[in-house]
Structure formats: structure tokens, C-alpha cells
Ligand binder design. Structure first.
Ligand code: HPA
Length: 268
């Protein structure tokens, strides 16, 4: 694992013209932020040694070095999902590589189904915490002290400081944001009404199929995290309708620019 991380980091270093401290992982169809990146160097995942290749529709799958405003960033357009068949080591491998490249702060985005009855479709939910319901833990197995401690603290998995700043930015720009707990589950099925009820009962505000593994590994590595979830459908009793991947992408598309604005200002 350590050798693979080094190999991949060495390869990427030959492509880098800067030393970004900020990493970004963009979720399903949420590539809008990339349009704001200048001085871009784009590297398709399939050309990166040891990188898994993304297969899900709506993911173009590339790593991008460039500038967001005045700040150097390393962005992943498209991520690796557990439901695609990758194991958790593969899903989180890019975060390990980010750490090796010097990333100190990670911003993540995703689409989710809202269970909080106060939420509306198209809301931007600032992730305040998560519940990990994936059946495989990304840190399971022998701990490599070079990567982090055996029993990582998760009391502030999402940086309170970044959450507060993001809320200030949203208020200043008249962007409605909500806050909540993200439940990470495998998918690829969307939830049954009973499952949405269950995820709400255990303390979740929104549910999705990603993010939690990456944030766990980032915390293990000492990277501070910030996440925004776009609520693309509602798992609220009485408001549940059929969900499709296409609708999720459509709603995601329509509110992406607002999320981009918050992330860009936050990074700057
Ligand atoms: N459930 C799980 N993942 C999702 C959903 C959902 O309702 N919407 C978008 N991603």
C-alpha cells in the first residue's frame, strides 16, 4: 500500500506545477466547480498508476490541478463508489495519495436523499457529521502508523471552523443552506420508505452512497474536512416519490453553481 501510494504520488508530482494544500472531491454530475478552475492540468484516472477507473454514468473521471480563484487546488471530478465493486482501500486510495502530495484540507460534495422533514428538494446541506453504515470499514486491517493512528478520533470529522465560515459565506450571498447528518450507505438501490424512516430515526438528515469512506480516511490522515450534500430527492413520509439517477443529476445540476460559489469563497 505505502509503495503504491508513493508510486502514484511520484507520477502525479511530475505533472504538478504547484503544491496545492486543498483537495476537492466532486460527486455525481457535480463537475460545475471545475469550470471555475484556471491553469488546468487534467489527468484522466485511467492514465494514473494504481488508480481504479470510475464506471458510473455521469462521472468523467479525472484529476485536475489548477487554481480556484487565487488558490492552488487538486480536484477529483468523479469518485469511486463501493457499489461499483471496489473495496474500501480502492475507494479511499485517492485520499491517501492526496495526503502524500501535501493536501491539508479536503472539500467533498455529493447528492443525497433528504429525510429531515424541514428539507426541500434542491437544498444545500452542510454536512455537520456522518453515520457510517457501510459494511466494510476503510481502516479495517493492519494499521500503518505512517498513515495515521490505529484508533482515530472522529469527534470533529467535519471542521467546525469551516462549517462556520461556509455559513457566513452563504448568508452573505443569500444562499439558503441547511445543516445535517449524512448517512453513508452502499446503494446502489435508493431507499425504501421504511429505510428512509429508519435512517431518520437513527439521527440522519440525508442519505447517500459516498463521502463517508473518504472522510474517514482523511481524518485518519489528519486532513480536515468540509462537505456539502445536494438534497436531490426526499425520503420524507408523504413526500416520497420515485427517484431516478437522471433526476438526481438534474437537480444536482441546477443548484451546483451555488455550491461552487460557497466552496470557491471558502477555499479563498
Ligand atoms: N438515497 C441514496 N443516495 C442518493 C439519494 C437517495 O435518496 N439521492 C441521491 N443520492
Amino acid at each position: 500500500m505505502l509503495q503504491k501510494i508513493q508510486e502514484t504520488a511520484d507520477f502525479l508530482r511530475t505533472k504538478m506545477q504547484s503544491n496545492p494544500l486543498t483537495g476537492i472531491i466532486l460527486g455525481t454530475g457535480l463537475g460545475n466547480l471545475v469550470t471555475q478552475i484556471t491553469d488546468k492540468i487534467e489527468i484522466p484516472y485511467e492514465t494514473i498508476p494504481n488508480f481504479p477507473v470510475s464506471t458510473v454514468e455521469g462521472h468523467s473521471g479525472k484529476l485536475i490541478f489548477g487554481k480556484l480563484g487565487d488558490v492552488d487546488v487538486l480536484a477529483m471530478q468523479g469518485r469511486f463508489h463501493y457499489y461499483e465493486g471496489y473495496d474500501m482501500k480502492a475507494v479511499t486510495f485517492p485520499v491517501r495519495v492526496m495526503k502524500a502530495l501535501g493536501i491539508e484540507t479536503l472539500l467533498v460534495s455529493n447528492a443525497s436523499g433528504g429525510m429531515n422533514p424541514d428539507f426541500e428538494i434542491g437544498d444545500l446541506m452542510i454536512i455537520t457529521d456522518h453515520i457510517n453504515l457501510f459494511p466494510e470499514h476503510p481502516l479495517r486491517g493492519k494499521n500503518l502508523p505512517e498513515l495515521g493512528t490505529r484508533f482515530p478520533d472522529m469527534s470533529e470529522a467535519y471542521s467546525k471552523e469551516l462549517i462556520a465560515k461556509a455559513k457566513t459565506i452563504a448568508a452573505k450571498n443569500n444562499i439558503k443552506v441547511v445543516e445535517g447528518v449524512y448517512v453513508g450507505t452502499t446503494g446502489p438501490t435508493f431507499e425504501t420508505p421504511a429505510e428512509y424512516r429508519y435512517f431518520h430515526a437513527i439521527g440522519g438528515d440525508a442519505v447517500g452512497m459516498s463521502t463517508v469512506p473518504e472522510v474517514i480516511v482523511a481524518n485518519h490522515a489528519g486532513i480536515r474536512c468540509f462537505g456539502i450534500s445536494i438534497v436531490t430527492d426526499l425520503g420524507v413520509p408523504g413526500k416520497i416519490v420515485e427517484v431516478s439517477h437522471e433526476e438526481v443529476q438534474e437537480i444536482g445540476n441546477s443548484v451546483q453553481p451555488l455550491m461552487t460559489l460557497i466552496m470557491k469563497e471558502l477555499i479563498n
